[in-house]
Design a binder for this molecule. Structure first.
Ligand code: G4P
Length: 287
């Protein structure tokens, strides 16, 4: 399957982020816990160098708990602070506050030594579209937030949300663009719904999902749809169509309807907690 991406409109977003990043001490980067590497743009490492770094593996309600641990170790090894999160139900939010303080400790200490007192640490949220940036900011800042802006020392037009006496958060997130370096990344982004479905071939996408599930979560398809796991993916799709009564007007099996149903059930977590990507600790990549 071929994916194309035209990042023209992203140039402005990147320039804005370069400006915003100058104002902050801590980058809070959201990734999708089901595809922790494919949902990142590695350019953030260059943009955010010399800043404290926190990775939030969001939507961890949909990802596999065992893999969450593997991925957390993977990122920690590379020097990031990591928290697994479900921004929608707010699970993990307390850990975020603790880790933000931990990540900022050095900065607070440095300021103290220089005689700078009471300067709050500033943070901003970044991530590709749909990873949950707005949901996170709303849950995290919540009703307790106090907005501060346009006061001396604060860049004009910027709104800061005061989280507590030590930390302020920029109220608008930085939008990163997904990086389609290889087709696998495109496939993963398509599977979690980060690419518009209209430009995708849902039938092909569902066959790719079936292949991944057969290899990594071999009992899931049988348990949910009663299919034979040792059959070929197109046969399995046919069995899903049959079992879920996906029938066209002419009385034939409707493969596209079954494909859409499978993808939808995966995305909404009905197939269970599934992570598509697995870290390969040795060479810093994923598979
Ligand atoms: P963005 O700012 O990064 O673009 O993402 P946004 O917060 O708009 O979230 C994108 C979608 O992901 C939203 O769903 C949101 O509810 C959902 N979401 C955010 N965090 C989590 C999480 O931890 N777990 C799960 N399961 N979903 C999460 P939506 O379908 O666009 O809207 P709605 O279903 O909330 O109405």
């Amino acid at each position: 399957m071929q994916f194309q991406w035209y990042p023209g409109h992203m140039t402005k977003a990147k320039r804005q982020m370069q400006e915003d990043i100058k104002l902050i001490d801590l980058v809070i980067e959201l990734v999708d816990a089901r595809i922790p590497l494919a949902s990142r743009n590695p350019d953030i490492d260059e943009l955010g160098k010399n800043k404290a770094r926190l990775i939030l593996m969001n939507k961890s309600d949909l990802s596999d708990a065992g893999r969450n641990r593997e991925w957390s170790d993977f990122f920690r090894e590379k020097g990031y602070y990591v928290v697994c999160l479900d921004a929608r139900s707010k699970a993990g939010m307390k850990d975020v506050t603790n880790v933000v303080m931990e990540a900022c400790k050095e900065k607070i200490e440095r300021d103290r030594k220089r005689g700078i007192k009471n300067r709050p640490v500033r943070a901003m949220v970044v991530g590709i579209p749909n990873v949950g940036k707005s949901t996170f900011i709303n849950s995290y800042a919540g009703k307790a937030c106090v907005k501060t802006g346009n006061k001396p020392g604060v860049t004009k037009g910027k709104q800061w949300i005061r989280l507590n006496k030590n930390v302020e958060l920029l109220d608008t997130p930085g939008i990163l663009w997904p990086k389609f370096e290889d087709q696998r990344v495109g496939l993963y982004l398509a599977l979690i719904g980060a690419i518009k479905d209209e430009i995708l071939n849902i039938d092909e996408l569902s066959l790719e999902l079936i292949k991944i599930l057969l290899s990594d979560y071999p009992t899931v398809l049988k348990e949910r749809y009663g299919v034979e796991e040792d059959a070929e993916p197109p046969v399995i799709l046919g069995q899903i169509a049959e079992n879920r009564k996906c029938i066209s007007k002419g009385g034939e099996l409707d493969y596209s309807k079954a494909a859409a149903l499978l993808i939808d059930e995966f995305r909404s977590g009905k197939l269970g907690q599934i992570t598509l990507e697995r870290p390969k600790i040795q060479d810093g990549s994923a598979e």
